[in-house]
Design a protein around this ligand. Structure first.
Ligand SMILES: *Cc1c(COP(=O)(O)O)cnc(C)c1O
Length: 368
């Protein structure tokens, strides 16, 4: 037994989603809407008709056409991935040369830095602070685009990742600010991960052809209720998209997923309805949690949400997290903060009742 794993691998442990039986799952930002029977049956028929003995289409031609029609983007601007997660790994590993840095903000989706670290690339981190939003009075993790540009230039980073709206803060940066960043960083690939953009309006999809360094990521895992099929997309100008297609493994998106995606994107009205229902749940949960935060000292602040989840800072997040787990409610614990996915009406009601109890919030007591 002399073989030694490389150092970078020794330190890793397999990704573990929350284990255990939780009747209410609000920890992974999935959609609370399960596909209806008619959609399941249509996907089932499409999958049953596949040529299972053949490799799938490496370019996902029909899928990118269907998605392009849905988005209003030409299919040659789209590459599909085995979840957007796969695309994040590809971008980090292929768009950085040895020794070049990845820039991320903080708090931010952790997978960007993860792939840089495992690939041996330096990561430089731009901190964001929770400030009171002028609009809502709630907290917002925003930043000055000029300060971010200076930071990335100073650090000589060659790829910048931003999720917008941001996971986990739920803050959203305006399209104008994103374009300022892309324009200000000519020598850096700017990747805007729009996993939650269906819940807000600030997409830079319409700007990909006027920026040679702008790449947008999308996923079917959140707004479209299809986390199980593992399907994500990169959208950008043909130079960037062809580079990604050259970098990916040939058959990265399996035929069943391609078939399911084609069916899904042929039902625009259904998808729009899902988005509207999730936004409605998010709005109700966001308002209720903002009100709860005003009634208890235990909640330091609630963020102004632009996604399908709410981000809270607590005095003792771990205690509240444990309490929620005991009540069968799974949420995401991140240091002294909790990220709570908007669920069905019943799920949100159960979450709110549990939080009231665990933070000993009483009407008419506490702050304001
Ligand atoms: C959930 C999430 C993803 C992952 O998407 P998959 O397509 O399921 O891999 C990517 N980016 C952000 C910001 C996310 O929150």
């Amino acid at each position: 037994m002399a073989y030694q794993l490389p150092e970078k691998l020794k330190q890793l442990t397999p990704y573990e989603p929350m284990q255990g039986e939780y009747p209410i799952r609000l920890d992974a930002n999935e959609s609370f809407l399960s596909p209806p029977d008619w959609l399941r049956e249509e996907i089932g028929r499409a999958v049953a008709a596949l040529d299972f003995h053949r490799y799938p289409d490496p370019y996902c031609t029909s899928l990118c056409e269907a998605y392009g029609r849905f988005l209003g983007v030409a299919p040659d601007r789209i590459a599909a991935g085995n979840g957007s997660d796969e695309l994040i790994g590809l971008i980090v590993n292929f768009f950085l040369n040895h020794g070049e840095a990845l820039a991320v903000t903080k708090p931010e989706f952790s997978m960007y830095a993860f792939y840089a670290q495992t690939g041996g690339f330096p990561v430089v981190v731009f901190e964001k602070k929770a400030e009171a939003s002028a609009e809502s009075g709630l907290r917002d993790f925003l930043f000055d685009p000029k300060a971010l540009i200076s930071f990335v230039k100073r650090e000589k980073a060659r790829v910048l990742f931003l999720s917008n709206p941001c996971n986990p803060t739920s803050a959203a940066v305006s399209r104008k600010d994103i374009l300022t960043v892309a324009k200000g960083l000519e020598d850096c690939l700017v990747v805007v991960d729009e996993a939650y953009m269906d819940f807000w309006e600030g997409s830079v999809l319409g700007d990909i052809d006027s920026h040679d360094n702008l790449l947008v990521l999308k996923t079917c895992s959140k707004a479209y209720g299809m986390a199980a099929i593992r399907l994500g997309f990169a959208i950008g100008n043909p130079v960037l998209i062809n580079a990604l297609k050259a970098a990916k493994s040939p058959y990265n998106v399996n035929a069943m997923t391609q078939a399911a995606g084609c069916v899904l994107f042929s039902h625009e009205a259904y998808l729009r309805d899902c988005i509207a229902r999730i936004k409605d749940s998010r709005d109700r949960l966001g308002k209720a949690l903002a009100a709860l935060a005003r009634r208890t000292e235990e909640i330091v602040y609630a963020c102004d949400t632009h996604a399908n989840f709410v981000f809270l800072e607590l005095l003792d997040a771990a205690k509240v997290f444990e309490g929620l787990c005991k009540k069968g409610i799974a949420v995401r614990l991140m240091g002294n903060r909790l990220r709570l996915t908007a669920g069905s009406e019943e799920e949100n009601a159960a979450l709110l009742a549990a939080l009231e109890e665990l933070t000993s919030a009483r009407l008419g007591t506490g702050r304001g």
